[in-house]
Structures are given as C-alpha cells and as structure tokens.
Design a protein around this ligand. Sequence first.
Ligand code: FES
Length: 124
Amino acid sequence: MPEINERMVCESSELVEREHGIRFALPELGEHVTGFVIRYKGSVHAYINRCAHLAVELDWNEGDFFNMDKNYLICATHGAHYQPDTGYCVMGPCKGRSLQPVQAIERDNKILINLESLKNVRNQ
Ligand code: FES
C-alpha cells in the first residue's frame, strides 16, 4: 500500500531493464508536467520529464528514453545524453547539468514515487 506521501506509478513487472520508461502525470507541478521512471542495472530511477537544455519532454515516442546502446537516457530533440542512474548530462547542449530527480522506490512489486521529493524541483 502506498504511504500518504507516495503515489503508485506502475507495477514492477511493467518496468523492464533498459526498455521503455513509464510516464506519469505530475499535476502538483503543473497541468502538463510529467515524470518518468526507468529501470537500470536493476534499480528504479525517476526524473521530471524535462530536458535540462529547454523545457521539453525527452521522449518523442512515448516511453522511449534510452539511446540505441541502452547505456544513456537521451533527449529526442537535440540529443542530450544523461546517465540513467544520476541524470547527469554527459553530452549535448546541457552538458554538466542534470535532470531533476524524483525519489522512487520499489515495494511489494509496485513502483512508487515520493511526493515529498517534488518540493525540491526547480521551475525552469
Ligand atoms: S531540448 Fe533536449 S537537448 Fe535540446
């Protein structure tokens, strides 16, 4: 069961290692703001779905966050590459900046986000 400050975003089985990410709405941050969660090296990682370069979503094709080699998250607009486990941009126009993290946990075969962690999100 989610705690009061948590929200379930998907079942654990839906989140496959380095495959499609799962998007979720974040109405707390605005009408059209979304986040996404991916699985990388077995762990779940969630971020605000907003490039560190410009305020656009990373995935042109819904849920497509990984590059071809499945070793970086990529922004489809201008190709920024981010480390999947830290959100740090290693290549592209926003090199040295980072995606904004959302705390995610896996419990009882469900992926949950911690709504408290949204308080730290900056507006761009
Ligand atoms: S908008 Fe993402 S790299 Fe430019």
